[in-house]
Design a protein around this ligand. Structure first.
Ligand code: HCA
Ligand code: CU
Length: 380
């Protein structure tokens, strides 16, 4: 995968997260923090949603960010007109095509949907804006219906088509097949949007790119409707692993933590302990065998270099799984000068203590200092 673009939807999908309430100032702060990372697009809530949403589109479009600004609208002329006047660079148009949505949501048939799509897309294009056309709940839609509508909009020059796993039901193999098939049917770019209900959102995004997709939707910490979508940080970790050069040249990975903190704070959640890159134990090495190897060469047990993400690695030593190499490393950091024999000896003491209670790094340091002092006084 030599190229891909990120459509960052924290300010649209993310606003559908249960706890989200972003006022204009907060949206501007998030938009700037995302722009600092270098995401390609920001997707904003439809101006048709509320007066404030319209205003926010205007404000963010006029910030002069590097990222292109999109807003997300239903496949209606009224919504499209309002959105075009809000100053955005492009519109992400969506309509439901699954039998569920056709029956229980908007109640329209495929001929009507196709006709409407052509009308709306033609209009947006005539105003000189980018336009993407996506089908909601694509994986539970009829394949023939899907391909025929995508073909029709590709023919009239849509900028991108989109696939959405609205309910998070798709697995990577299904994604590969659908995107591959779509790739052979349209010539425009392909955007993909994956919900994470069953834990496949990052894997599905990656597989979609392998199959020929060009754009992936993300949000900070994955926030969105229900349990959310592909998280920005997790996708960047995945893509870094696939093509480090490209990802590091294009995105400032050291800024991921900033935007996550802003968003976590605003929506009143903590960054998950096991979060990609920024989780508090994401670069903590514990077992003695791991610690020893990490100290010799971090790549032995690290696929992400924490420094590339502005993070630090941490070797945990205050526990019963510890090993003397890691303890010796700490001794050197503290400038205490103990021999290997001493380090082995004090490691035994740490293990004994750690069998009784958890130890903090402070506890361990105190123990090491006491050992060193006792040695100086000739007590060992
Ligand atoms: C939703 C809409 C959407 C749209 C995705 C897209 C989805 O149900 O809230 O525009 O591609 O998941 O289908 O977020
Ligand atoms: Cu969604």
């Amino acid at each position: 995968i030599s190229n891909f673009k990120i459509i960052e939807s924290t300010l649209r999908e993310g606003e559908q997260f249960a706890n989200a309430f972003f006022d204009t100032a907060k949206k501007v702060e998030i938009a700037k923090a995302l722009d600092a990372i270098g995401v390609d697009y920001l997707e904003l809530t439809s101006p048709a949603a509320s007066e404030q949403s319209l205003n926010d589109c205007r404000v963010i479009s006029s910030l002069g960010l590097k990222a292109k600004i999109l807003t997300h609208v239903r496949c209606h002329m009224d919504d499209a007109k309002l959105a075009i006047e809000s100053g955005v660079d492009g519109l992400d148009v969506v309509i439901g095509t699954s039998s569920f949505l056709r029956e229980f949501s908007h109640g329209k048939d495929m001929d009507y949907i196709t006709q409407k799509a052509i009308e709306v897309i033609t209009y947006i294009k005539s105003k000189g804006l980018e336009v993407r056309f996506s089908t909601e709940d694509s994986f539970r839609s009829d394949l023939v219906d899907l391909l025929s509508i995508y073909k029709a909009v590709d023919k009239i020059g849509v900028t991108r088509v989109g696939i959405a796993d609205t309910v998070g039901c798709a697995n990577p193999r299904q994604v590969y097949e659908l995107v591959r098939t779509l790739r052979s049917v349209v010539s425009c770019d392909i955007e993909c949007h994956f919900h994470n209900d069953t834990g496949c959102a990052i894997a599905n995004a990656y597989t979609a790119l392998e199959a020929g997709a060009t754009h992936i939707d993300t949000s900070v910490l994955g926030i969105g409707e229900r349990n959310g979508i592909t998280p920005l940080g997790g996708l960047l970790a995945r893509m870094y692993t696939a093509d480090k050069e490209f990802v590091m040249n294009k995105y400032d990975l050291t800024k991921i933590r900033d935007v996550e903190n802003i968003v976590a704070d605003s929506v009143e959640v903590t960054v998950p302990f096991n979060n990609y890159i920024t989780g508090y134990c994401a670069f903590t090495h514990k077992a003695g065998i791991h610690a020893k190897a990490i100290l010799n060469n971090p790549s032995t047990y690290e696929i992400l270099n924490p420094h590339d993400f502005g993070m630090n690695r941490y070797v945990s030593i205050g526990h019963r799984l510890t090993g003397w190499n890691a303890v010796k490393n700490r001794v050197e950091q503290l400038n205490l000068g103990l021999t290997d024999e001493d380090a082995k000896h004090v490691t035994q003491k740490i293990k004994e203590l750690a069998d009784v209670r958890p130890l903090s790094l402070d506890d361990v340091d105190t123990l090491l200092r006491a050992y060193h002092q006792a040695k100086d006084q000739g007590l060992h």
